[in-house]
Design a protein around this ligand. Structure first.
Ligand SMILES: Nc1nc2c(ncn2[C@@H]2O[C@H](COP(=O)(O)OP(=O)(O)O)[C@@H](O)[C@H]2O)c(=O)[nH]1
Ligand SMILES: [Mg+2]
Length: 297
């Protein structure tokens, strides 16, 4: 039987990933099951769309084999679409996602979740572009990543360092507020979500990660870069007209309650979490404390 309502749901978006899906999900499952892993009830959700290989069948097999694993399936492609759907269905309090290739060292997961559970940010992102990050990737991808994030800073005044790292978490109530205003369904989804969060005065905690690039990629670099540029232009237009990126008026930011204590650093993490970018807070966490969550495991 599936356990009800986890505190943390980790979505793994997948498209044609039959080669690595089982190994990666079992690795993540073992990591979360071991003593000293994040002390929250958790669930893994494999979000497949439009795979034409055995990805969906493998995902369903994993779901039958492990009570903490579920599958979401959509017929249309798009990583943003998969995240939107999985997050919208979820009843967890914290929603996270990570790429199936496990490029990010899993030891950053605890600080990522803690940042939100301890009220240090409404969103938390893994970053490969901050002091303390350790990154192994080819020069071309490093250059594209740095240039793109510089562009976001110069044009949209982004204050976050890495829009595209496939390792993020968000408070579920905040996700419910923001998702209707995010238009993109593919790779620009992350950037749009972060820009919108920043415009709403929400805080984005940055967690430096150890990242080892996986050369097997679903990204068509030229096409994705062009879509990203169109996305940036769309957000700039929206800023000028004062509407949300998706063209709707943005509701006012809620008042700032008292600050919560900083998150405890996970001792086993090779890269310590940075102090998150201090902006304004929208509203208090939906849950009382991480202990309350751990008691439900
Ligand atoms: N659900 C879903 N996931 C996708 C889609 N496209 C890519 N992904 C997943 O997004 C994650 C990152 O993709 P990847 O190819 O590793 O990107 P890269 O690391 O930037 O080269 C992987 O888990 C992919 O399977 C899609 O259309 N739908
Ligand atoms: Mg990858």
């Amino acid at each position: 039987m599936k356990p009800p309502f986890p505190a943390v749901e980790i979505v793994i978006p997948v498209h044609n990933e039959e080669a690595v899906l089982a190994d990666s999900v079992v690795t993540l499952h073992s990591f979360l099951s071991q003593p000293g892993s994040p002390p929250y009830p958790w669930r893994i959700v494999i979000a497949d769309n439009a795979s034409t290989d055995r990805t969906l069948a493998i995902a369903r097999q994993l779901g039958r084999a492990f009570p903490h694993i579920d599958t979401v399936h959509l017929s249309h492609k798009g990583r943003g679409r998969a995240l939107r759907e999985a997050w919208s269905r979820s009843r967890a309090e914290i929603l996270a996602y990570m790429d199936v290739d496990l490029s990010t060292d899993l030891r950053a997961l605890r600080p990522l979740i803690d940042a939100i559970a301890n009220g240090h940010g409404e969103l938390a992102i893994g970053t490969r572009l901050a002091p303390g990050s350790r990154v192994t990737r080819v020069a071309k991808r490093e250059l594209i990543s740095r240039s793109y994030n510089q562009l976001l800073k110069a044009t949209l005044r982004a204050r976050f360092s890495d829009a595209q790292c496939g390792f993020k978490a968000i408070r579920a109530d905040v996700a419910r507020d923001l998702l209707p205003y995010v238009a993109d369904e593919a790779w620009f989804f992350d950037t749009e979500l972060l820009v919108l969060a920043q415009r709403r005065g929400l805080r984005i905690a940055e967690i430096p990660v150890a990242w080892v690039d996986d050369r097997d990629s679903r990204v068509d670099i030229v096409r994705t870069a062009a879509a990203d540029l169109r996305g940036v232009a769309r957000l700039l237009r929206a800023q000028r007209t004062g509407s949300s990126p998706a063209g709707r008026p943005i509701p006012a930011v809620r008042p700032t309650p008292a600050a919560a204590p900083p998150p405890a650093a996970a001792p086993s993490n090779p890269v310590a979490p940075t102090a998150p970018a201090a902006t304004t807070r929208s509203r208090p966490p939906a849950f009382a404390s991480s202990n309350a969550m751990s008691a439900r495991r």
